[in-house]
Design a protein around this ligand. Structure first.
Ligand code: NAD
Length: 285
């Protein structure tokens, strides 16, 4: 049965490293990094995510510069807030919690975030840097998956990697990060003809489709490493996109939901915020 990839433990170590990095930055006369989470409205799930990000930001020694806008805020006022945060030297990183209410153009708001404060890695500039294989801030969830694969010494060079999902937030940057590590990458999406057949190629299978139970045992090669990015709230608690009990019988390693990719996403957000602060203070390594 598959080895359990313990994202909770790896995330804790990453956060401890970030905490040490923050302390060093401050001891060297730098400013503690500041994270500005921006929440528009009061969607309960988004509120929980933002609360966790703020709590762990403070625990790592960073400044919590959270801002809350009413759900009926207009585009110009939201844009003005992003511009204010962009200009504020206390603010190292800006995170616009998605999704925003439908009347707002979130792409236009993200476009106002300076690339060096874009700790979610979602601006066109950072996406371009990733596509070109140049340094930049990487989207947190795929960066967290890479950290898990490295922590568990999963070989990537020459490996068959299959990514299910092609979103700007997860699937696409995930494919590019795997490609940068010399995996042979296949990207599947809603129009892929025979999903199980393609997935069975994978030595490393990353599933980020947002469909509960999409990947079953028939889609997994014996011994494969399976990373389940999906999160669904069922009556039975949180579950992912992978039929975990059945897949655990064939996979070599598997991330649980919860306790897999989820905690890594926040840990990488904190790591990105520290990196951003170091770069802004001229202390980039
Ligand atoms: P999305 O809806 O933007 O993208 C889903 C992708 O899956 C699309 O590219 C689509 O083409 C593909 N897809 C849909 N149906 C498919 C099918 N039948 N076969 C193959 N591909 C299919 O979602 P997203 O933002 O990329 O998130 C995906 C999932 O990951 C969601 O469940 C989300 O909640 C979760 N998520 C988790 C974290 C985390 O921290 N663990 C972070 C972000 C997203």
């Amino acid at each position: 049965t598959a080895r359990v990839i313990d994202g909770t433990a790896v995330a804790r170590r990453v956060r401890e490293d970030v905490g040490r990095g923050v302390a060093q930055l401050v001891a060297a006369g730098g400013r503690a990094p500041g994270l500005a989470t921006v929440l528009v409205g009061d969607d309960p799930a988004s509120e929980v995510y933002v609360r966790n990000k703020r709590r762990l930001c403070v625990a790592a020694g960073m400044q919590d510069l959270h801002r809350h806008l009413p759900g009926d805020v207009d585009q110009a006022s939201a844009a003005a807030l992003v511009d204010e945060l962009a200009a504020d030297p206390q603010v190292s990183g800006i995170l616009l919690q998605l999704p925003t209410p439908r009347h707002l153009d979130s792409d236009a708001l993200i476009a106002r975030i300076p690339a060096e404060k874009d700790v979610d890695g979602l601006t066109t500039a950072n996406a371009g840097l990733l596509a070109q294989g140049r340094p930049g801030l990487r989207p947190c969830t795929p960066a967290g998956v890479m950290a898990l694969l490295d922590e568990y010494d999963v070989p990537l060079a020459g490996a068959e990697a299959v990514v299910v999902g092609r979103s700007v937030l997860v699937g696409k940057p995930m494919a590019q990060l795997l490609l940068a590590r010399h995996a042979t990458v296949t990207v599947c999406h809603s129009r892929t003809r025979d999903l199980p057949e393609v997935c069975r190629r994978a030595d490393v299978l990353v599933v980020a489709a947002g469909i509960r139970g999409l990947v079953g045992r028939d889609a997994v090669k014996a011994g494969a490493t399976v990373i389940d990015v999906g999160i669904h709230r069922g009556d039975d608690g949180l579950v992912g996109d992978v039929e975990s009990d059945a897949v655990a019988e064939v996979a070599g390693a598997l991330t649980p939901v919860p306790g897999g990719v989820g905690p890594m996403t926040i840990a990488m957000l904190l790591a990105n915020t520290l990196t951003a602060a170091r770069v802004q203070q001229g202390l980039a390594d």
